[in-house]
Design a protein around this ligand. Sequence first.
Ligand code: IPM
Ligand code: MG
Length: 358
Amino acid sequence: MKATIATLPGDGVGQEILPAAINVLEAIAKRFGHSFEFVPAIVGGAAIDATGQPLPEETLNIAKCCDSVLLGAVGGPKWEGLDYSIRPERALLGLRKELGMYGNLRPAKLFPMLADASTIKLEVLKDLDLLVVRELTGGIYFGEPRGIQTTETGKRGINTEVYTTEEIVRVARIAFEAAQKRNQHVTSVDKANVLESSELWRSVIIEVHKDYSDVRLDHMYVDNCAMQLIRNPRQFDVIVTTNLFGDILSDEAAMLTGSIGMLPSASLGDKHAMYEPVHGSAPDIAGRDIANPIAMIASSVMMLTHSFHLDAEAQAIDAGIYKALEQGYRTKDLESPSCITVGTKEMSGHIVAAILTS
Ligand code: IPM
Ligand code: MG
């Protein structure tokens, strides 16, 4: 097949891990006879430096015109003093909103050879495989009114958690359909004991569930879910939740697997899709060839599956990641005395080699 892929490395380690993923995709193209055209564009702090805007019009157009988007990471201390409206993070939110990508899939799966890298006991984690489905274009991230007001007694900061029925229905369908392909279990996470927006969330989820009678549904308050993820994470299959709760719970779920440097994500809409690691730009380790490229490479696996339906190709990359880890190669975040510590380039090189020789 032929496909165009917008490549937006962004900032920090994004500049190192995205090229690593491109190398892997080129190996796949070679082995399976596909043609991937990579269309680079600037985003985040890199775009602020070049144009003054975190998400230039040209970048947005490239993202819209390509068949898929791969994004590294955005942000860094250099741009932290800027006004919220032009911070690197706005680019991410802008891409999500403009491309209508309302459903965010964040799988957390434990590689058995990395079990000892987690801070949680092995017996709690064994065979962990869960998926957080995070609503991505609504809730408190986008709700109005927002802002900082000046009042007679001082300042007042405002953000608004708001969900419409339609926004809940569409992300619920993504979660139920994902569960049908997994272990047929959805846990909807809300704060319905306190928030009206959660009360609506819960009632809409119950309504949509009627179309998915093969899936078991239960509900959990977010504070309890945060605890249950640590106490017994294997009780979960698919967690569906709001934008803010999903942001928090997906970082927590990521850490169960040992390193946030392992976890990919897919942001899906009706017309567009974007794939990026769950971790950020990690400015403290950027530019030193030590970042773990696996989350980015695994994000391109999600792209092959969800955007291009190339299942054998996706499996070939997964097998390559597995083999490199099994051979004992680890980046610094997963360093261990019994393993061989390698850099970003070398890690992706081992994955490429596994793909081309299997
Ligand atoms: C994420 C990140 C972003 C978010 C930030 C960088 C805006 O934390 O993708 O989880 O909060 O959505
Ligand atoms: Mg986050």
